[in-house]
Design a protein around this ligand. Sequence first.
Ligand SMILES: Cc1cc2nc3c(=O)[nH]c(=O)nc-3n(C[C@H](O)[C@H](O)[C@H](O)COP(=O)(O)O)c2cc1C
Length: 406
Amino acid sequence: MLDTLRSVVRFGPVETDPVRRRLARAASVEDLRRLARRRLPRGCFDYIDGGAEDERTLAANEAAFASTTFRPRVLRGLSGIDVSSTVLGRAAAFPLVLAPTGFTRIADPDGELAVARAAGRAGVPYTLSTLATRSIEEVRAVSDGRLWFQVYAWRDRGLVAEMVQRAAAQRYEALVLTVDTAVFGRRERDVRRGFSLPPTIGPSTVVDGMLHPGWTLALLRSEPIRFANVVGREVGDGSSPVTLADYINSQFDPALSWADVEWLRTVWGGKVVLKGIQTVEDAVLAADAGVDAVVLSNHGGRQLDGAPATLPLVAPVADAVGGRTEIICDGGVRRGSDIVKALAAGADACMAGRAYLYALGAAGEAGVDTLLGWWHDDVRRTMALLGVGTVAELDRSLLDGSPGEG
Ligand SMILES: Cc1cc2nc3c(=O)[nH]c(=O)nc-3n(C[C@H](O)[C@H](O)[C@H](O)COP(=O)(O)O)c2cc1C
C-alpha cells in the first residue's frame, strides 16, 4: 500500500505568486471571465461583459461559433503546421488583431499599456481606442509592435485630424473608423447601475468597492483615469464622471457618411479599415470606396440589439468582395478554434475584445500573455486536427454544410 501511495503522491513546488496561482487554475476564456467577475466591482465587470438591451446579438455572436462544426480531414501526411499569416499586408504570428476597447484601465491600472505589450510579444496587432485611458504616445512608448488606431467621428473634425496626425507621427499603421456608433446603444446593465466613467466610489458603490479591495486600492494608487487622447480638450476628458451614453451622444456625429470616409483619406496616408460593417451591401460599398479592410462587427452586441451575428456574414461578404478588401470577423471569439472557423469561412483575420479584457481583469498583463499563448496553440492544434498545414489552406470545405459536403 505504501508503494502504491508513493507512486501516486506528487507534491509540486508551492506557487507563492498570487497572479500565477490564479492563472494556474484557469484553462479557458470562461475561467478568466469568472476570475475577472470575482476581482472587479460588479459595475466594472458588467460594463465589460454586457451588451445592448436583451443582449441577443451578444449571445448570437458566440452561438454562431458554437453551432458551426468542422469537417476534419485525416491521414494528410502533415509534417508541420504554420499558423503565421498576413494582415493588412504585414506578417502576424497568427491571424488575430486585438480590438479597440475604451476605458481599459478599469480592468487593470496598466490598461492599454499592458495589452499593447502583450500583443507585441505575441506578434499580433493591437488597436488603440479613441476612448483609451492611455494616449497614442504612451502606448507607442511601451511597444514597438504593430499598432492600429481607432477613431470615432467626433463632431469636431479638427480633433479627428489632429489625432490622426499624432497616430501617424507615432507610426500607427492603420486607422480603424468605427461606423456602428451613430448613437450609443442602450446597455441596460450600465443603466441599472448608473455606471459612469470613470467609475465613482459613492454611497451606492462603496460596498462593492470594499468587497473588491485589491481593485479599489489599485485604482486609488494609480493616476486618475482619463480619456487620455483628449486630456485638457474642450470635449471633456472624463475628469468629471459622465455616462458613456451622454458623452458619446453629445460628442460623436450621427451624420457620418461615405463622404467622411473619403475625407479621412485626405488626412491619413496609411491603411484605412472600416469597423462595424453588418451587411453585404455595405461591404461592397466599402470595397468600392477602396478601404483596405472591413471589420464585420456589431460592436460585440453593444450597439443594435437584433443586429446579425458576424460569423454567418463572412462567407457572403467574401463572395461579394473577397480579394478587393480584407475581411476581419469580430465578435464572439472565445477560442482559437473560433478564429479557424472564421478563416475557413473566408475571413483574413479575427478581432477580439472581451476575451483580453477578462484576461486583464483576472490577472493583469500576465493574463493577456496567457490568453494569447492559448489561442496561438489552439489555432495550431485545431489546424493539426483538421489536417491543414497553413492558414492559406483554410477554406469552406473544412466547415460542415460546405459545398464539399457529400
Ligand atoms: C468594454 C468594451 C469597450 C469597447 N470599446 C470600443 C471602442 O472604444 N471602440 C470600438 O470601436 N469598439 C469598442 N468595443 C467593441 C470591440 O472593439 C469589439 O468590437 C467587441 O469587443 C467584439 O466582441 P467580443 O467582445 O465578443 O470579442 C468595446 C468592447 C468592449 C467589450
